[in-house]
Design a protein around this ligand. Structure first.
Ligand code: N01
Length: 542
């Protein structure tokens, strides 16, 4: 881990307003590269980061088992071949400690720390229309101004904990998975409750189950989980990656999902059942997401095609769980495969074959409150030493609307996005000039499209400065057309067919709206480049 002293210190808030060319909120995957890119252009940049370290998602999510499920050689940055060659990935799907080390390595290698102020949570950002500048307020009183503001806040960073009655009365230890303590939590012999069974819980449950005295899992909706099949990276594979990184990166940039594979162009319904099952078995045996994103293309668009794979997965679950009653509880029946994010797992279903693991269906008997001793449902009370809230995030819009961002005429970003994301290309919102949304909300391997966004924003800022222009924002027409287009695309898929964070349905009261851009990442990249090449078509430059 890099040394903290290289970071600028947070001033006490009584000083003058600091002035930069660009302010970036967040030092995660996007923020770090954005800083590198803008600084190379000779701009003065300040990054404000809430945490006391860099890494974003990989700083906060320290729960056991946390790892990405993109192939490591495709998740790492592609912008520096030197970096790619210097870094050794230990596992094919790298874990949080290594990912945090990687991002710290990046921060050190490119000497990013001197422009990153840690422990600095941005509370508000207000656009000064006459000066074409953003004024940012950091908690504690510090103020800073810049022509450009970039919200590199991550799509899954605003944690959501359901407001269960009595939460504060719990006498044991409790935490949300993205606020996991830095010190190792010792579960030995403990009675542990885990609320939630999304991708996070699916990673931590098998590990906690092995350690804990008793683990009780509270499940509302079962997921279609598929085997990750992680492994250590053999030295010859590492060398092979290093020798071919340019090709690997090119392949990811050109693929429709940012991964090394494409959907199968055939329909699941045009082949014989035998052929279909043969492909399903073949995909199932492979590591990673190919079983989702390398499957017949129409499993994401056609319910009948989808059902052929959904049933295949259900049977795989049934095969792995010894108790048929528990197995049926774990089998999803109320939504299609892929309508929710598919968790990739390692020994998840086998955890339920252990004597010390109990699965509780809270769809049947919902949680009524948290008591000093544990969790109470409609029909029982469970006593715990530790409660884990694996209850997810207020995705995509949450991290932005939680900051008091005020654009032209004092309008708030929160109001602007109240009915769902309103942006052009996912990059800017009309009424908020010079504010860039630095997050990858495309359906794309995170770093792959994150790099696209960073580079697009950097080039755009470069263009404005070169032409001596004061501001850029989308026209309302371009924005409306983009929102309609994004909604139409999603409506043509099965992504809206479940109550998940994809549509904001996991947050009570949040307006249901598509939060992800469901086009092929290749098309998205093409569109972003075209818009820039056509003189920032759809934007107003002043
Ligand atoms: O969150 P989730 P997550 N009472 O929203 C339950 C990424 N990620 O942190 O499904 C009871 O998926 C909720 O139940 P239900 C990935 O994109 C990536 O697991 O709404 N239960 C659900 O079971 C992922 O999709 C990686 O019925 C309540 C769970 O809490 C995203 O992060 C690893 C409840 C929340 O699941 C979020 O995953 C981990 C309530 N009131 C995460 N409210 C990798 O890269 C919610 N729940 C591998």
């Amino acid at each position: 881990m890099g040394s903290m002293h290289q970071h600028p210190q947070k001033p006490n808030g009584n000083g003058a307003v600091e002035q930069y060319d660009v302010i970036i909120i967040g030092a995660g995957v996007v923020g770090l590269y954005q800083l590198y890119r803008l600084r190379k252009m000779g701009l003065s940049v300040r990054v404000f980061e809430d945490a006391d370290g860099v890494g974003g998602t990989w700083y906060w999510n320290r729960y056991p088992g946390c790892r990405f499920d993109s192939e490591s050689e495709t998740y790492g940055y592609s912008f520096s071949e030197e970096l790619s060659r210097e870094w050794d990935w230990k596992e094919h799907f790298s874990g949080q400690p290594e990912n945090e080390r990687y991002l710290n390595f990046v921060a050190d290698k490119f000497e990013l720390r001197k422009d990153i102020q840690l422990n600095s949570r941005v509370s508000s950002a207000v656009y000064d229309e006459s000066a074409h500048q953003w004024e940012v307020q950091v908690e504690g009183g510090q103020r800073a101004r810049a022509q450009f503001l970039i919200g590199a806040v991550g799509i899954l960073s605003a944690k959501y904990t359901p407001p269960f009655e009595g939460m504060d009365s719990f006498e044991g230890l409790s935490f949300h998975t993205s606020n996991w303590p830095k010190e190792k939590v010792d579960f030995t012999g403990k009675r542990v409750g885990c609320i939630g069974t999304g991708a996070t819980a699916v990673q931590l449950i098998p590990i906690v189950a092995k350690e804990a005295g008793q683990l009780t899992v509270f499940q509302r909706t079962p997921n279609y989980c598929a085997p990750l099949r992680n492994a250590e990276v053999a030295p010859e594979v590492q060398s092979q990656w290093k020798a071919t990184y340019p090709e690997i990166h090119k392949r990811c940039r050109e693929s429709p999902t940012g991964f090394k594979y494409d959907f199968d162009p055939r329909s699941a319904l045009e082949v014989s059942e035998e052929e279909r099952l043969a492909l399903y078995e073949e995909l199932w045996a492979l590591p990673g997401f190919k079983k989702w994103l390398g499957n017949f293309h129409d499993i994401m668009t056609n319910m009948e095609a989808n059902e052929t794979f959904a049933e295949f997965v259900r049977n795989k679950i049934r095969e792995r769980v010894n108790d048929p009653v528990v197995a049926e509880m774990l089998v999803p029946k109320d939504h299609p495969f892929g309508a929710k994010r598919i968790p990739l797992e390692t020994h998840y279903y086998e955890a339920y074959n252990r004597d010390n693991v109990l699965l509780v269906d809270i769809r049947k008997a919902p949680i009524t409150c948290i008591t000093p001793k544990g969790v109470k449902t409609q029909d029982a009370e469970y006593e715990f030493d530790v409660i884990i809230y694996a209850t997810g995030f207020d995705a995509v819009s949450g991290p932005l609307t939680r900051i008091d961002i005020r654009g032209e005429g004092g309008q708030t970003f929160k109001d602007k996005w109240a009915a769902g994301p309103r942006s052009y290309l996912g990059l800017q919102s009309a009424g908020f000039p010079n504010f860039f949304i630095g997050m990858n909300s495309a359906l794309c391997n995170y770093t792959v499209c994150a790099e696209l966004i960073v580079e697009w924003i950097a080039d755009c800022i470069g263009h404005l400065r070169e032409k001596n222009l004061a501001s850029i924002q989308p026209t309302l027409e371009a924005e409306e057309a983009w929102v309609d287009h994004a909604n139409e695309l999603a409506a043509g898929t099965i992504l809206t067919a479940a109550d998940s964070w994809f549509v904001g349905a996991n947050i009570p009261g949040k307006k249901r709206a598509v939060l992800l851009y469901a086009n092929s990442a290749r098309e998205y990249r093409k569109k972003c480049h075209e818009v820039a090449a056509n003189g920032y078509e759809g934007f107003v430059l002043r």
